[in-house]
Design a protein around this ligand. Structure first.
Ligand code: GLN
Length: 478
């Protein structure tokens, strides 16, 4: 059973070669054996409940009632509300909070028959790039336990790479799906802002919060997004743009029709480690061999996105976290950790800069204008090319503890993901191989594919040409 992707699982369930009960038992055993080391789950649902649902799923299958995910185990990042589950967002503020209803994405997965195994670790409130801001301890990278799996979705990415669940949900506000996907060698999508409903997820920065998924392959990811995406009456920012059957369209792209843009500003030896750069260039060459046209493009001021993001995000974080005032749910505000406090203070400062008569001179207004400017720059770039390709992170996965003392260093890990978040465009990360660091540790490398709004079909098609899911077999978890 080890390392089966979702497509394989669905085929085996269909043919009766495996039951949902056996499948669930496999993952529960594996979690018991390995998660002591990895710490990817914060909470597991009661075993009896999980097994009962699996048995019920097996009965449904036997009677011919099959939905898209009947009997398929999934994991949820712990900032997704799922009725009756403890939902902490990895913060002690919500240590004993039990969700009273399902997030829309969760409801859609459950409606198709998915079985929730448990809630996955993350940086508290999704603030972070390494998982180390979790109040429940850091998650370890299954490629090497001394390394971070990336954040903030440290648990979901690790659970996929270590084969603890075949599918997991995540949130990406500035890179929280893409960075951990790259650091663990799995596939992760941050869809277009408004593609998947945010209803029932713990808000971080509402103007960039995006809901997405982790999987071992592009096909699996496309299949899941086709279930969760689409308009939701509970989230006014969700789009009515039609949701295509992404997984059925993967082979419909002729690489010869594809124009790929290489963002000049992000292919700089001064910013990106040479091993990461070399691996990315190799992947681009392979795409070129398949017939794609490669073109260098320049997106002016793209690197300034990091500053803009940290101002905008902090302002929105400060106002979103104001709701945790000890009334109705959760503990009081003394339970906030250091990183949340830092962002609340920074955000409050940004928002307090509103002086009557100052108008567009306020920090927030300036950032909002710069955001609009960047959106225009992207529109121009997408007139020249269909997609952009960039590395995901300036470095290979780094060691646990190596950046925790220096928040700015940690923020720098987000350089290549945050700009796309503030612009709102979708991004897909797929594994393209492995590289060895200076300490001779083998670690995965991912590539980021960016397209215009609602180009998820194209991103998956390009991802299919680039992905190397087989690298997951190189993980040696003893
Ligand atoms: N690493 C970024 C941050 O710390 C992004 C987090 C996220 O996408 N949730 O803000």
């Amino acid at each position: 059973m080890q390392n089966w992707d979702l497509k394989t699982i669905l085929a085996k369930l269909d043919k009766g070669e495996i039951s949902s009960t056996e499948l669930v038992q496999y993952y529960l055993d594996r979690i018991k054996k390995t998660d002591v080391k990895l710490n990817s789950f914060i909470s597991l649902r009661p075993k009896e409940e999980i097994l009962k649902e699996a048995k019920e799923a097996d009965k449904q299958r036997a009677s011919g009632k099959v939905r898209k995910l009947t009997g398929v185990p999934i994991g949820l990042k712990d900032n997704f509300l799922a009725e009756g589950t403890r939902t902490t967002a990895a913060s002690k503020v919500l240590d004993n909070f039990v969700a009273p209803y399902d997030a829309t994405a969760v409801a859609r997965l459950k409606n198709e028959g998915a079985i929730i195994i448990g809630k996955l670790n993350m940086d508290a409130w999704a603030h972070g790039s390494s998982g180390e801001n979790s109040d429940y301890g850091p998650t370890r990278n299954p490629w090497h336990l001394d390394y971070t799996p990336g954040g903030s979705s440290s648990g979901p990415a690790t659970a996929i790479a270590a084969d603890l669940v075949p599918i997991a949900t995540g949130t990406d506000t500035g890179g929280s799906i893409r960075l951990p996907a790259a650091f663990t060698g799995v596939v992760g999508i941050k869809p277009t802002y408004g593609r998947v409903s945010r209803y029932g997820t713990v808000a971080m920065a509402s103007s960039t919060d995006s809901i997405g998924h982790f999987s071992k392959t592009v096909w699996d990811n496309a299949y899941i997004l086709s279930i969760t995406a689409g308009h939701d009456k509970y989230d006014a920012t969700t789009s009515k743009v039609e949701v295509p059957p992404y997984h059925e369209l993967l082979d419909k792209l002729d690489p010869k029709d594809l124009k790929v843009g290489i963002v000049k500003e992000f292919f700089d030896e001064n910013i990106i480690d040479s091993v990461v750069l070399a691996k990315t260039e190799q992947a681009i060459k392979e795409l070129e061999k398949k017939g794609a046209t490669i073109k260098t493009v320049s997106i002016k001021n793209i690197e300034r996105g990091l500053e803009l993001y940290y101002i905008l995000m902090s302002a929105e974080v400060a106002s979103n976290l104001a709701r945790y005032d000890g009334i109705r749910y959760g503990n009081d505000r003394t339970y906030f950790g250091q990183e949340a406090k830092r962002r609340i203070m920074l955000g409050t400062y940004v928002l307090s800069d509103v002086i009557p008569g100052k108008g567009l001179e306020t920090t927030y207004a300036k950032v909002a204008m710069a955001r609009g400017y960047l959106q225009q720059e992207f529109k121009k770039a997408f007139k020249e090319v269909d997609v952009l390709l960039t590395p995901v992170s300036p470095t290979l996965p780094f060691k646990l503890g190596s950046k925790t003392g220096d928040p700015l260093q940690m923020y720098m890990s987000d350089l290549l993901t945050v700009t796309f978040s503030i612009v709102g465009v979708p991004g897909l990360v797929v594994p393209i191989g492995t590289a060895t660091n200076k300490e001779n540790v083998k670690l995965p490398v991912g590539i980021q594919i960016i397209g215009p709004n609602f180009s998820e079909t194209l991103l998956y098609q390009v991802g299919k040409l680039l992905e190397k899911p087989e690298i997951l077999n190189e993980i040696n978890l003893t």
